[in-house]
Design a protein around this ligand. Structure first.
Ligand SMILES: Cc1cc2nc3c(=O)[nH]c(=O)nc-3n(C[C@H](O)[C@H](O)[C@H](O)COP(=O)(O)OP(=O)(O)OC[C@H]3O[C@@H](n4cnc5c(N)ncnc54)[C@H](O)[C@@H]3O)c2cc1C
Length: 246
């Protein structure tokens, strides 16, 4: 099964969003990840197996390393699976990522930043950056079957966004600061951030935010993060990926 279907998402009205006022779509990419230094690389350690390398201190099992880096890498990948099964999670904190995330709403930001442990952000500031350039995220309305109703709903969202920009500009003209003018913005305006997190915190985030009880937009962003992370360190997230795709 496709990951997005697995987490309960569909996007039947995507085309309708394209021409809406300042429509923006979400984008997620990984821009940095913890790397082992050369000495460890030569032993077969890579980003995704750093947690296993560190966990070997627990049992003084570093001596299991052979002269074959490929074999060591394989052993470490197996060890990662055991750590996850046992709930021996702390070594996962050794691996850190930086994501670049754009095209998410301010309302998603409010939910996401409730997470506190092992995570951090640098968000676009609306005190310093003018709200006049704001763009917007439109709902997918995937639960509505009739196209005419979706068009009407999107047109209402569009109307409020246009009005917000118009009033924002007017308030600035009248002498308001950006931080006071921004309060007229609907929570569907788009923001952009860098997100820093370790692998343990990301697994926890996925556990809560890919679940069907989480709001659709944070589920969509989490699915995009999972898709990206599977390209470089699948060994740490395979169980979560399988849960939503098998
Ligand atoms: C489906 C869903 C619906 C939600 N609805 C609401 C809502 O209606 N209203 C609302 O206010 N919030 C809501 N939340 C937010 C939720 O209550 C959490 O604040 C949020 O999910 C962050 O989770 P966390 O504390 O596990 O975060 P993290 O910071 O990721 O914490 C990780 C883990 O560390 C431990 N931990 C963290 N802080 C402490 C602490 N102070 N003491 C002891 N252990 C700690 C816990 O084991 C925690 O699970 C919702 C979340 C979800 C997923």
């Amino acid at each position: 099964m496709d990951l997005y279907t697995g987490v309960g998402l569909s996007d039947p009205w995507k085309e309708l969003r394209k021409k809406l006022f300042r429509n923006t779509e979400p984008k997620v990419k990984i821009i940095a990840i913890t790397q082992p230094l050369e000495e460890l690389k030569q032993q077969g350690v890579e980003s995704g197996t750093i947690p296993a390398y560190t966990a070997r201190h627990c049992w003084e099992s570093s001596n299991k390393y052979t002269d074959d880096p490929m074999e060591n890498n394989k052993l470490d990948k197996q060890l990662i699976q055991n750590l996850i099964k046992m709930g021996h999670d702390t070594p996962l904190q050794a691996l850190n990522y930086v994501f670049d995330v754009e095209g998410i709403t301010k309302s998603l930001q409010a939910q996401w930043t409730r997470h506190k442990i092992g995570v951090g952000w640098s968000f676009r500031s609306t005190r310093y950056v003018s709200g006049s350039s704001n763009s917007f995220i439109y709902n997918t309305y995937d639960y509505i079957k009739e196209e005419e109703k979706v068009k009407e709903l999107l047109s209402m969202d569009e109307e409020i966004n246009k009005k917000a920009i118009e009033i924002f500009d007017k308030k600035i003209e009248l002498g308001s600061t950006k931080q006071d003018a921004r309060k007229v913005m609907p929570v569907q305006f788009a923001t952009h951030c860098s997100f820093f997190a370790n692998a343990r915190a990301i697994r926890h985030l996925f556990k809560l935010r890919l679940d069907k009880h989480a709001e659709w937009e944070i589920r969509r962003m989490s699915a995009m993060m999972l898709e990206e992370i599977m390209k470089i360190t699948p060994e740490i997230y395979q169980d979560i990926y399988d849960k939503y795709t098998k």
